[in-house]
Design a protein. Structure first.
Ligand code: DC
Length: 216
């Protein structure tokens, strides 16, 4: 049986894990799944149908309808959709449906980079590599502000920071699959690191694991 290679990347919103996941998937020629988009798709469906985010049975139906091949980042990337996603993500039945799909994706050869909150702990506990990418809330808020300003928008740093802290609390504090580093995850703090440096650091970790495996 050919080995399917899995890289699990977890961390809070805005730590840079999405960009890192994309770079790593390109470099190692693996499939890529931003699992946040699956929770966003559920939230988006509820919003579209004007349903409350705590309508669990509607959220389950929306979760079953999520098609991993049709996740539209442009539509799902809105900030409000991310907030709503964090709320529907607390429901265990919704998570179970999405996790099944994510595991199916991870098993498809040649393997994948998956990024999210519970990849190393729940979705792919046997991943070949686990990275936990983090950065201080202030740095993440600063990056988000710069991103908004770069496309001509305006925002308030204090509000962004409060938003980030609130989202962290919800994602880390929920009972089912809270955001936390897996015991065997490599920690990557990008607070004082540009994306290129984070990519090089991640590559060094991965190449080291691969070299040890080749020798074994
Ligand atoms: O990474 P993101 O901002 O697109 O994720 C949106 C929300 O989805 C996040 O706040 C919590 C939830 N999520 C999750 O619970 N588990 C994942 N594996 C990915 C995202």
């Amino acid at each position: 049986m050919t080995h399917v290679f899995t890289i699990a990347i977890d961390g809070p919103a805005g730590a840079g894990k999405g960009t890192l996941a994309r770079r790593l998937a390109d470099h190692y020629r693996l499939n890529l799944l931003d699992t946040g988009l699956t929770y966003r798709a559920v939230a988006y469906a509820l919003i579209q149908h004007a349903l409350p985010l705590d309508n669990v049975s509607a959220a389950e139906t929306a979760a079953r309808q999520v098609d991993l091949a049709k996740l539209d980042r442009a539509v799902l990337s809105a900030h409000a959709v991310g907030e709503a996603a964090s709320k529907v993500a607390v429901y265990p039945t919704v998570r179970r449906i999405l996790v099944e799909k994510q595991r199916g994706f991870a098993k498809t050869p040649p393997g994948a980079v998956l990024d999210g909150r519970d990849i190393g702990t729940v979705v792919c506990p046997d991943a070949d590599i686990k990275l936990y990418v983090t950065a201080s809330a202030e740095v993440r808020a600063q990056r988000r502000l710069a991103e908004i300003e770069s496309i001509g928008g305006t925002a308030d740093f204090i509000e962004i920071l409060a938003d980030i802290v609130r989202r962290d609390e919800r994602d880390m504090g929920r009972a089912d699959s809270p955001l936390k580093p897996a015991a065997d995850a490599h920690l990557l703090d990008t607070s004082e690191m540009a994306i290129e440096a984070a990519f090089l650091a991640a590559m060094a970790i991965i190449d080291d694991v691969l070299a040890k495996r080749d020798k074994a």
